[in-house]
Write a protein that binds this ligand. Structure first.
Ligand code: GLY
Length: 358
């Protein structure tokens, strides 16, 4: 069992049965417990949870449709109604059992319900384990704009049990690797190359990497929980990644990690043309990541619409586009003001690259 010292909550990595979960549930013995799941975790993860932990035998279960497109207001509204029907109070417990969609949405729902109800996260996807479930970001999408509405709110605990990865679809597993690659790119060169190597055999994740990756994120978040400065480096790859994900949401249905992986290569290209990153480091990033994540085909219209979306990114302020850039593999800076034309140049480069890759 590995324990990470998060801001004000428990963060444990290892078997739930050996963790403090049971003990934690005892502190809610006379309280209502509500487990939020989606179709996938309802089928694959919930049976294990409720049969293993007697304390959850009387828990209410709220089943939501799976998929990032459901991380939206109408779903949140229906859950608030269900919580009200179950007469859940602020001191009861919401358990988010799922990937990033469930922990983002469930955290948001719990945080706004009666001005804040206790919740915990049990992430079941690799992406949720290494990123979404920790750090206190909760939220929903607004149309194509990812996480446009949300609050910072920490769970009471996060329990990360790799057992849930055994039923994870391949594409979802790879999606989680992208965030671990990001942690390497922004602060640990060795981790980047180790994760690239692991990707060759991505189904057999060495749990040690979970701990290393989570510790990087946790340290950054502890330094800057509300993303006033340093935490922005965790957005590396996401400025472009989010618009790719949003733009192709209804057509290609790219996973978040896939979009971020492409975003990281494109932002490395941006770092190079901005004179910060060497050609050698850029090539390492490009060749290693694109081996595992394919770039979608961009038309001129796609580029126009993605550039428009960039301007609306919530990470910007005063109408200028800001982006994280790398100065080396393992070194990242934030708040770099980048002219719109640089993004267009970057998209055009990848439009042409795509032609060469086919
Ligand atoms: N996913 C980036 C962050 O938590 O800040």
């Amino acid at each position: 069992m590995k324990y990470i010292d998060a801001i004000d909550y428990k963060l444990e990595i290892g078997s739930l049965e050996e963790s403090s979960f049971s003990q934690f549930l005892e502190s809610y013995v006379n309280r209502k417990k509500v487990i939020i799941v989606d179709d996938n975790t309802h089928e694959h993860c919930l049976p294990y949870l409720i049969t293993t932990f007697q304390e959850l035998s009387d828990a209410e279960v709220i089943l939501l449709p799976e998929g990032e497109e459901n991380k939206q207001m109408s779903i949140a509204y229906s859950v608030w109604e269900a919580l009200t029907d179950y007469t859940v109070s602020r001191n009861d417990l919401v358990i988010n059992l799922g990937g990033g969609m469930i922990t983002d949405l469930g955290g948001f729902i719990a945080s706004c319900y009666k001005r804040g109800c206790d919740f915990i996260n049990i992430p079941t996807s690799l992406l949720g384990m290494v990123d979404a479930s920790i750090g206190g970001k909760t939220g929903i999408n607004l149309g194509h704009f990812k996480n446009q509405i949300g609050v910072f709110s920490n769970p009471k605990a996060v329990y990360i049990d790799p057992i849930f990865l055994t039923t994870l679809p391949d594409e979802e597993m790879k999606s989680g690797y992208a965030e671990m690659l990001k942690h390497g790119l922004i602060s640990n060169k060795n981790l980047f190359f180790e994760i690239i190597e692991q990707l060759e055999n991505y189904k057999e994740l060495d749990v040690e990497f979970l701990g290393v990756s989570l510790s990087i994120k946790n340290e950054v978040v502890k330094n800057d929980p509300l993303e006033k400065g340093l935490r922005k480096i965790l957005n590396y790859g996401h400025t472009i990644g989010h618009v790719i994900e949003g733009h192709y949401m209804e057509t290609l249905n790219l996973s978040h990690g896939h979009a971020v992986a492409i975003g990281m290569v494109m932002e490395a290209f941006l770092s190079k043309i901005e004179g910060k990153l060497s050609e050698g480091d850029y090539k390492q990033i490009e060749s290693n990541i694109l081996k595992h994540f394919k770039v979608p085909t961009f038309s001129d219209d796609d580029i126009k619409s993605m550039t428009e979306m960039l301007i609306n990114d919530k990470k910007n302020d005063s109408g200028v586009i800001k982006c994280c850039l790398l100065s080396a593999i393992g070194k990242c800076s934030f708040d770099n003001v980048i002219p719109e034309e640089r993004f267009i140049e970057t998209f055009m480069h990848f439009k042409n690259l795509q032609v060469n890759l086919n």
